[in-house]
Design a protein around this ligand. Structure first.
Ligand SMILES: [Fe+2]
Length: 327
């Protein structure tokens, strides 16, 4: 039998995955995969196109997220810069690129499929997040179903009510699902009173239903987390329903209110976006999602560990800032 990387899960915990907010325990941090030595090996063997490094401001109310260029700096030096600076590194597609992580993610998802009623994890992927002691991640929604396995350091995570358009409007959700925005969405700190706030420690898992808004701030030490993502037919349909609503809104001036991923109408909308997508995107079902331009490069000799390349106004970098916060 495969090892169990889930610790002390109850039947109710298994049943909550994808349906509610869950704070549970895991053993990923005990596997040895996330030691400094192995992190350096991962970073230095990871494909360039699936690696990103970011810097940001210090206030969740100010969107100052920047995309950077690693500038050929080796992993050991990068890790030192992240420990002492203000960065967020993301190695995407870990399942595809690293056998040790692939095995661990498959053990987790196989166990969830065996024990969570109706649970199915297709298109399994994982992002390795390595971030500075005071880094933050702006308010956003993730299109796939997202599970945050915390491994090193401590962080604070604000999780806002899911499937509630007060916290990411229907129009904004549609733009994200359509690839017109990154997953960052307008934020208003007045919503914090409706959030659940968690301080995950190594060995803690947090997860919430698909498209649930959240933001993160590190509390101390280098933080390492694995963010796993998966899809299944229902999650894919939910994304298509939002894309179809975007199409109906934009093309016919309609105001769609139906957002359920279940029932015949959801299937019709999925077919509609697949057909329209292929016509609009040159045969591809989905257009390439918007990505931020590179506006800094790593420079170990610079006081902050990086130099800015371009002083663009924030709205030009992040189109969601131009949207009405109340929309
Ligand atoms: Fe996220």
């Amino acid at each position: 039998m495969a090892r169990s990387l889930l610790k002390d899960w109850t039947e109710e915990d298994y049943a909550t995955v994808e349906h509610g907010i869950l704070h549970a325990k895991h053993r990923l941090h005990e596997t040895g995969i996330f030691s400094d030595e192995n992190l350096c090996r991962i970073i230095d063997t990871h494909p360039e196109e699936d690696f990103s490094i970011n810097t940001m401001g210090y206030d969740a109310n100010q969107f100052e997220w920047r995309e950077g260029d690693r500038n050929g700096v080796p992993a050991e030096k990068l890790l030192e810069l992240v420990k002492n600076g203000h960065f967020w590194m993301n190695c995407r597609k870990m399942v595809k690129n690293h056998a040790d992580v692939r095995e661990a993610v498959n053990d987790i998802y196989n166990e969830l499929e065996a024990k969570s009623p109706g649970f199915k994890a297709m298109e399994r992927s994982a992002n390795l997040l390595i971030s500075s002691p005071d880094a933050l991640v702006p308010y956003h929604i993730d299109i796939p179903v997202n599970m945050l396995w915390h491994i090193r350091g401590r962080k604070r995570v604000w999780v806002y009510p899911h499937f509630d358009f007060r916290f990411a409007s229907q129009e904004v959700t549609e733009l994200v699902c359509n690839g017109d925005l990154t997953e960052d969405v307008p934020y208003n700190s007045e919503w914090d009173k409706y959030a659940l706030v968690f301080d995950p420690e190594p060995g803690d898992l947090l997860t919430w239903p698909q498209l649930g808004p959240h933001h993160v701030k590190n509390l101390d030490d280098l933080c390492v987390s694995l963010s796993t993502e998966h899809l299944n037919p229902r999650a894919i349909r939910r994304m298509h329903v939002h894309r179809a609503n975007h199409f109906l809104r934009k093309t016919f001036g309609m105001t769609p209110t139906h957002v359920s991923p279940d029932g015949p109408l959801a299937h019709v909308k999925q077919t509609l976006t697949r057909v329209v997508g292929k016509i609009q995107n040159g045969g591809k079902a989905r257009k390439k999602a918007y990505t931020y331009p590179i506006t800094f490069k790593i420079d170990p000799n610079a006081p902050e560990g990086y130099v800015l390349l371009d002083e663009k106004p924030p709205e030009e970098i992040a189109p969601h800032l131009a949207l009405d916060k109340a929309s």
